[in-house]
Design a protein around this ligand. Sequence first.
Ligand SMILES: [Cu+2]
Length: 194
Amino acid sequence: MVVSTEPGSPIRRRAPWRILIPVLVLVLFGVAGAYLIFGQTKAPSEITYVSLIGHTTNYTVVLNVVSPQNMYTPQQVNQENPTDGEVMFSGSMVMPPGMAMSMSNMTYPAGWRHVEVHIYDSATNTVIRSTSPTIVVTNDQSGQAANVPIVTMQSVVVGASDFHYGNNVDLPSGDSYTATVQVGSDVATFHFKL
Ligand SMILES: [Cu+2]
C-alpha cells in the first residue's frame, strides 16, 4: 500500500498495469469464447449431422438428418442470391407451432431436424427427380411414427445434383429412430440415434 503510492517508486506504480493488461486480454478471450459457445441459439449438441446410405433393387438412397436449413423460394433465390440454404420447388415446410417459415435457421426449438433423402438410379447413379417417395420416421422408444411430408429442394450452392426430398421433423435428442423410405415398391430402412 505504502509502496505503490510512493512517488519515488515508478516500477511499483507500473506494476498494477502489468497485471491488468494480461487480465484484460484473458477476459476478452473469455468473453469472445463464451460468445462463440453460448451466443448460438442452438446448443452445440443440437447441431445434427447424420448421413446413411441404403441400397434397394433399383435405387441408392441417401438419408441425411441435419440441423434445420435456411429455406428459400426460387424467387427469393433470384432476388437475394443467398450463399447457403436450400431452394424449394414443391410442397411446404413443416414449421414448429407458432413459427412462420423463416429465412433463419437459428430460431428452431431444440429437437427440430431437417430430414432429407437423395435418390439415385443404382445402375446409372443419376439423381431421380421425378419420383414421389414416402418417408416415415419412427421413434424406437415410443413407437410413434411421423410421416415426413415431401418437399422437393436442392442446395442453393450445389444445385441440381443435390435435388432431394424431405422436410423438417421434431426428433428429440437421446432417442433412436428408424426411417423407412419407400420409392415405388423399393424400401430402404435406416437406423440412427440423436
Ligand atoms: Cu433439404
